[in-house]
Design a binder for this molecule. Sequence first.
Ligand code: PLP
Length: 358
Amino acid sequence: MINVTKTFLPPINEYIEYLEKIWESNWITNQGPLSEELESRLKDFLNVDNLLLVSNGTIALQLAIKALALKGEIITTPYSYVATTNSILWENCTPVFCDIENKTFCIDADLIESKITDNTSAIMATHVYGFPCDVEKIKSVADKHNLKIIYDGAHAFGVKFKNESLLNFGDISTVSFHATKLFHTIEGGAVICKDEKISEKIFLYRAFGHLDDEYYSVGINGRTSEFNAAMGLCNLPRINDFILERKNINLLYRDSLSGTGLEFPSVPEGIEYNYSYFPVLFKSESMMFEMKNKLLENGINARRYFYPSLNKLPYLNTESCPVSERTASRVLCLPVFNGLSSANIKFVSEIIKNNILS
Ligand SMILES: *Cc1c(COP(=O)(O)O)cnc(C)c1O
């Protein structure tokens, strides 16, 4: 089976070297030396001031909402993984969906203002597939209305906008280091904050709100372990190779699928992209299903990222977002992962080409 993604595992000996360090120190969790080292290396790599490792990308979003003390309505994107919406609901806020724009799949910054009410406290948007939201326009709307900004940057690791990490925008950006993402620590994630004070708050929240015998605030368990950090330390030095390899996968798909009439988004200009996903849009939902099944018959598991449009979640009752719904109904993400062979990319493309008109 060629899956939509496949977890990269480093040579086992590299991981064992870290395991030996863990056995030597007998320190396996609670922000040990490897977690400290990974945090510090990630700060250097992303060139950000405040970064905290956490146990996953979802708790990162929840900590962000909590630390900014958000209440009431949060304007958010319907086109993302369900964790984005769920974290808003979990923190007892109300998601207000703002439709996306066609080209980047990200929240349509021109529509945000029309969604603002007296109860709006923040904007929470996703850099979908690593394509940047219109961070400048969103900032100007937020500043005008005194709103906070959280970016779900789960796909944005390694993306640069104007020579700066995309994760350095917004009051807080979060990222996921889950095994399915471009850079992973098995499970994991991080919170990147502009404000030192907010970062200190999240530092406490991450570990039950206390330092030794001093109890400062409520908190939760959001920490990572030394085993997770060790995986990150093995993978981080490879990140530029990962991105280059995925760029070549992206180019080969583009080349092999040209002339099929399929829509696939072009990489926005002026950014350094991470090539983390390869979404294709079919003309209709039925054509998408037909192709998904054809691919499955041939041992290829393409996935509906993202479906459903989150405003259509069965436990919500919200107004429609036509662009997001139309996109979600006919999108498929093709396999992209480090180690995917050219032969397999051509195989996937051939199946699509041979079945696109039937
Ligand atoms: C993967 C993902 C998350 C959740 O991250 P976890 O580490 O799995 O909790 C959140 N948002 C988006 C957009 C994602 O793709």
